[in-house]
Design a protein around this ligand. Structure first.
Ligand SMILES: [Zn+2]
Ligand SMILES: [Zn+2]
Length: 311
């Protein structure tokens, strides 16, 4: 909570934060409008010269290329998921928690939005609405180095109830990215973080700490994961090349921590593709961290039946 921050944030800070949010939202919708116009122009060109729309991108269509990249992530991962589900490692992790399927609280633990992540392609509300359409009960915003202002979160939680929007953050430390869930102290936004300090901070605050997309940037870790072990490792997302999943599963085995699936969605098309299903509903970030610490969750992959993953 803002009020719980050692910084003792005051109202003027809140208002500044909210004004910034309004400006960011306006920027995002201007960008969405210009993308819409570009799409219309491409469609016009395509209808004038059938079959040419894929190759004849307009000179200013970087956004369109990124949109295409966003959509292709799904197709790339689908075959891997089938293969992965039948692999021996996956089978050992299917020991299962029978209580999960009965109560089902589906949540995407890794979602970005354009207002707070420079790499985000869709607005926060587009992400939330996509999650609702895709049958999720909740999502966690994990923007790069930024929590969502608390009042903004309250607004969405009222507007979209019974859907839940939770606060989280993705933090870069010593060459890797970590998802931190259940920590609302804005000191978490301070950067750069050294891994050991981040680890201690998250532990003090009772948060849940996930190593995001291992091996994405490098082949080795600069941090001693065995000594300062994360609570879980992300094994499937739009930012995990399918070829990396087997060695991520092996790393999780070695460290004896569970794996999680999450979308790492930067555009609304990806929200919820990978997600987890908790054994029972959670009402706030603290309950979410506790539920994940309990290990009673299931990983859900695209186009597959839920596969229990908890240890
Ligand atoms: Zn990003
Ligand atoms: Zn991310």
């Amino acid at each position: 909570m803002w009020s719980a921050s050692p910084n003792g944030r005051v109202l003027s800070d809140r208002l500044t934060t909210e004004n910034t949010w309004v400006k960011r939202s306006a920027k995002v919708s201007r960008r969405a409008d210009s993308q819409k116009r570009a799409r219309k122009r491409r469609a016009e060109i395509a209808s004038a010269a059938p079959g040419s729309s894929d190759t004849q991108l307009l000179p200013d269509s970087a956004g369109a290329r990124e949109e295409k990249a966003c959509q292709s992530g799904v197709a790339t991962h689908r075959p891997l998921m089938k293969e992965w589900l039948s692999s021996p490692i996956a089978r050992t992790r299917h020991a299962g928690t029978a209580d999960v399927a009965a109560t089902g609280f589906r949540i995407d633990l890794h979602v970005h939005c354009a207002e707070l992540s420079p790499c985000g392609r869709s607005s926060a509300e587009e992400m939330i609405e996509a999650a609702i359409r895709n049958g999720l009960e909740a999502l966690v915003f994990t923007n790069h180095g930024k929590l969502v202002p608390e009042r903004q979160l309250d607004f969405w939680n009222q507007r979209y109830a019974p859907f839940h929007v939770f606060n989280g953050i993705e933090v870069h430390a010593d060459g890797d990215d970590f998802l931190v869930l259940g920590v609302l102290d804005t000191n978490i936004e301070k950067h750069p973080w050294r891994y050991a300090a981040l680890y201690d901070f998250v532990r003090e605050q009772g948060g849940f700490f996930i190593l995001a997309h291992p091996y994405r940037y490098r082949e080795v870790f600069d941090v001693d994961l065995a000594r300062l072990c994360p609570d879980a490792i992300e094994c499937c997302s739009t930012n995990i090349p399918p070829a990396n999943t087997p060695r991520i599963l092996a790393l999780a085995e070695k460290l004896a921590v569970p794996v999680v699936c999450a979308s790492d969605a930067h555009c609304f098309e990806h929200v919820g593709l990978w997600h987890v299903e908790l054994a029972r509903p959670v009402a706030d970030e603290r309950e979410l961290a506790a539920a994940l610490h309990s290990g009673h969750f299931t990983c859900v992959l695209p186009d597959t039946a839920p596969a229990p993953m908890a240890e």
